[in-house]
Design a protein around this ligand. Structure first.
Ligand code: NDP
Ligand code: OXD
Length: 309
């Protein structure tokens, strides 16, 4: 029996070594060097090439290398009855809390204007002290909730939007079930997208949504690039609906060299590094899922394939 890691764009040797250490009796290989495809029971996946899973007749579990599973579920050659699990890890929460806090504080403290003033050797004095911030978090799952709690520690006002209603101390909660997106947006001038990418959330960050927020709002997208309609962001920045955006995820990664986002003065880009799976800690939960798969136990962090997250 064996495990295949298919993550062509990532260096996963640390993960392989920790899986081998946790499961010494199991062979763990990195795609495309899979020694015995007919023995593979679990595949650890990040953007697997089309058809790559077809070579594993005994595949029993698809484990995401990250928190998101859209890259697995979008594979048109996926078999229907194989469970999908994902990473939920305190390390991932910490990385995301730090990234979003950094981006919220940059907006709050007007850092981008101060950097531009510095480049122009302009001392703005106390003309630009703080922008009042009301954070709205789209997606109040594992990461959204952790981010909300860390922003509350800094005394920010926090609003949260999810599919189903939530009760989270200190957070004003709104839900899709109660049709409260409009009210949520009206109360938020710093929008953090921490949604999973599903057919319902694709393109959700569009002009119509930006217009429901107070003018001059700020966007932080750490969900997926395809949540954002890129042309609508450019228009919203031009029209002043949005004051700026911090984007960690892009529709096409790596972002093509000719893309207008590279040089837009209102956009800050990072290359999908908001929070990166810790391969050492994640290997432990993957190894446990492998053991559970073999003995028929309940899997850890299984996603609902119908819901898509
Ligand atoms: P969860 O599955 O724990 O949470 C998802 C949240 O989104 C839930 O609160 C859910 O609502 C809500 N939601 C889903 N669909 C809708 C909808 N149509 N309308 C309103 N709310 C909706 O995911 P995580 O918090 O673990 O991760 C979220 C995403 O963050 C990942 O899918 C991934 O795309 C991204 N990510 C990005 C990283 C980066 O480095 N940039 C790193 C890690 C993750 P409910 O609770 O009611 O079900
Ligand atoms: C994830 C990610 O889903 O890195 O974990 O985006």
């Amino acid at each position: 029996m064996s495990i295949a890691i298919i993550a062509p764009s990532r260096d996963v040797t640390v993960l392989r070594d920790h899986l081998r250490a946790a499961l010494p009796e199991v062979s763990v290989d990195i795609y495309p060097e899979i020694a015995t495809p007919q023995d593979v029971r679990m595949a650890v996946l990040w953007n697997q090439p089309p058809h790559s899973l077809e070579q594993f007749p005994k595949l029993g579990l698809m484990q995401s290398l990250g928190a998101g599973v859209d890259h697995i579920l979008s594979d048109e050659y996926l078999r229907a009855n194989i469970p999908v699990t994902r990473v939920v890890d305190p390390q991932l929460n910490i990385g995301m809390c730090r990234y979003v806090t950094m981006a919220v504080l940059n907006f709050h403290k007007n850092l981008y204007q101060h950097l531009r003033a510095q480049q122009a050797r302009k001392w703005t004095g106390q003309a630009l002290v703080e922008t009042p911030v009301r954070v709205g978090i789209l997606g109040m799952g594992v990461l959204g909730r952790a981010v909300a709690e860390s922003l509350l520690q800094l005394e920010f006002e926090v609003h949260g939007f999810s599919n189903r209603p939530k009760e989270i101390p200190g957070v004003q909660s709104y839900s899709a079930e109660k049709n409260e997106l409009g009210a949520f947006l009206a109360h938020s001038n710093c929008l953090v997208c921490l949604l999973p990418l599903t057919p319902q959330t694709r393109g959700i960050l569009n002009l119509d949504l930006f217009r429901k927020m107070p003018a001059g709002a700020f966007l932080i997208n750490v969900g997926r690039g395809a949540h954002l309609v890129e042309a609508d962001l450019l228009r919203a920045l031009e029209e002043g609906e949005l004051a700026g955006a911090c984007l960690d995820v892009l529709e096409k990664e790596p972002l093509p060299p000719e893309h207008p986002f590279w040089t837009h003065p209102g956009i800050v880009l990072t290359p999908h590094i908001a929070s990166v799976t810790d391969q050492q800690t994640a290997a432990q939960q993957m190894a446990e899922n492998y053991r559970r798969l073999l003995r028929g136990g309940k899997l850890i962090n299984e996603v609902d394939r119908k819901r898509g997250y």
